[in-house]
Design a binder for this molecule. Structure first.
Ligand code: HEC
Ligand code: HEC
Length: 497
């Protein structure tokens, strides 16, 4: 392509929606001598960049601008349907912002739970968790004061984020090779390496997900209208040659991680966040619950969550996640509602998920039979976010639970042994094991809980299951969970709307 053609292309970009997109996200100019990679760019590239920035964004290219480009690239790739067959599936197909970044089809949530892939008939084996508020996931086992495993992305943590796997079978690592020795790039973007970047390498080539090879992903992004963002972020054109595509693919994964760590995805804009921020504004360090901005019922739910119901033992930041002290009071504005650790809460088998039974979780990775059934504690942020009232979400790794009400009732009464006084009070028993597969609806109708799918390291009877909550207290906990719904909802970038 000669220079004039290139300028024409950029010119048309500026009148296209991408220009608007860049403008919306304008950033503070910085004095830092950014864009060092410019030195290597050819004359054509420099002209292209200057045309793009002309009048639209700060003329002085800055590190901040470069980071923003990386995040924007990640956003476009997240919303773009990059798959084989073509145009069938993107990250957003299973992680819809309007559903709290979980699966957007409630017929699937009610039945098979596992998402269909791009190929007709292909289907996964586990529920899509939210991909928001996972930016602080620690590396596998970095956070291990107690001897219990923690860290990593996926329900079983196999996207470890480590250079050398801690546990055999960890997924491919996107490491410092993506910086090709550039200290500037490393200084800017190393923060986005880790479990979430490693995770992003997985869905594209997965035959039951996007089903597209890394080389084809590279070629798609190279031809996409937003490909310039790759160049703005990394300082060079995307390289899809045989020797280059793998590095480019990893850089795309780093971009996905960068966007998923952005304030746009992690907006902290829920009713709880606003009520807490307002009170901190008034009271400063003396802030305490109950909060003015929450109803009496929601405040009660909060008190139970961090108190009698014991939810915060697992659904609260541990020190490794950034809190100085385990945040038992619930006063941390950055509360992530997860310990990033693995527990077996005793979810029953979900007979509606196609394929072989069971989701052994963490234990299948370590080969330790006592660790079967351990799954990563999900964040509770946006757990009630849904596109419309009455939309059914699926909860826990296999989606057996369909409502927050029943899951909270389970936490309250799951201990159906002779020790379980709360279960006895409610008349809840063990479901008849001679019928192997109970759906949630059947179990609720029979007032029983089925056998857990896996019984190793069960937390029932140890940390919960006999909470002595009244129905009003259960309802208060649910009301509190509903205050964790972000009021902001990410919209697709203009070009892909
Ligand atoms: C076909 C549906 C589907 C698609 C497409 C998909 N995901 Fe997922 N995602 C899932 C499922 C299912 C899991 C859980 C898998 C597991 O734990 O084994 C998951 C897990 C994740 C996690 C881990 C969250 C955590 O807390 O550990 C992140 C992050 C994520 N996906 C981001 C993405 C990105 C980025 C893309 C696009 C490149 C993508 N997903 C495409 C279904 C999907
Ligand atoms: C022992 C640790 C532990 C305790 C205590 C605990 N949880 Fe959980 N919670 C988990 C784990 C682990 C999962 C995922 C389990 C799975 O999928 O198998 C989970 C899942 C959930 C989910 C489903 C989230 C989703 O996206 O699917 C909700 C809601 C929830 N817990 C709320 C609560 C509430 C409310 C309490 C207090 C009554 C509580 N939890 C107590 C560890 C815990």
């Amino acid at each position: 392509m000669n220079i004039s053609m290139h300028t024409i292309m950029i010119g048309s970009l500026l009148t296209s929606p991408i220009a608007g997109f860049l403008q919306c996200d304008s950033v503070e100019p910085s004095d830092e001598p950014g864009w060092v990679a410019d030195a290597d760019a050819d004359a054509e590239g420099i002209i292209a960049l200057e045309s793009l920035f002309d009048g639209e964004v700060p003329a002085a290219r800055s590190f901040k601008q470069q980071e923003l480009s990386l995040k924007q690239l990640g956003k476009f790739v997240f919303f773009d349907k990059i798959s084989v067959p073509k145009g069938k599936q993107g990250c957003v197909s299973c992680h819809d912002p309007a559903a709290g970044f979980t699966f957007p089809d409630d017929k699937v949530n009610q039945l098979q739970v596992a998402a269909p892939g791009a190929v007709p008939g292909a289907v996964g084996s586990i529920k899509a968790p939210t991909n928001a508020y996972v930016r602080n996931l620690p590396l596998q086992e970095q956070c291990d004061p107690s001897g219990l495993p923690c860290g990593g992305a996926f329900w079983d943590g196999r996207a470890e984020g480590n250079v050398d796997p801690v546990i055999a079978g960890a997924t491919t690592h996107a490491g410092v090779e993506v910086f090709e020795g550039s200290a500037v790039l490393e200084g800017l973007f190393a923060q986005f390496l880790g479990p979430v970047a490693d995770q992003a390498l997985q869905p594209f080539p997965n035959p039951v997900e996007q089903n597209i090879s890394p080389k084809q992903v590279c070629a798609h992004v190279a031809k996409a209208p937003y490909s310039l963002l790759y160049r703005l972020a990394w300082g060079e054109k995307i390289d899809c040659t045989d020797g280059g595509f793998m590095l480019s693919f990893k850089r795309i994964a780093v971009a996905l991680s960068a966007w998923q760590s952005s304030d746009e995805v992690n907006s902290f804009s829920s009713k709880r966040d606003k009520a807490l921020a307002a009170e901190i504004g008034l009271e400063g360090e003396n802030v305490a619950f109950p909060l003015e901005g929450l109803t009496a019922q929601e405040n009660l739910g909060h008190e139970l969550f961090y108190g009698k119901a014991g939810c915060a033992a697992c659904h609260s930041n541990t020190p490794v996640l950034g809190a100085e002290d385990p945040n038992k009071e619930g006063l941390d504005p950055g509360e992530l509602y997860t310990d990033a650790a693995y527990h077996n809460i005793g979810v029953p088998r979900n007979p509606s998920i196609p394929g072989p039974p069971g989701s052994p979780g963490f234990g299948a990775r370590t080969g330790d039979p006592d660790q079967l059934g351990l799954h990563k504690t999900p964040t509770l942020r946006n757990v009630d976010k849904r596109p419309y009232k009455g939309f059914v979400k699926a909860y826990t790794h296999n989606g057996w639970f369909k409502s927050l009400e029943s899951l909270v009732h389970f936490y309250n009464t799951a201990d159906v042994s002779s020790a379980g006084a709360t279960a006895a009070k409610f008349g809840v028993t063990r479901c008849d094991p001679s019928k192997p597969d109970w759906t949630e609806a059947e179990a609720l109708a029979a007032n029983c809980w089925p056998e857990p799918e896996e019984t190793g390291t069960l937390a029932i009877g140890v940390q919960f299951g006999d909470l002595d909550l009244t129905l009003a207290e259960e309802a208060a906990l649910v009301a509190y969970l509903k205050t964790l719904t972000d009021t902001k909802t990410v919209k697709p970038p203009p070009l892909l709307q």
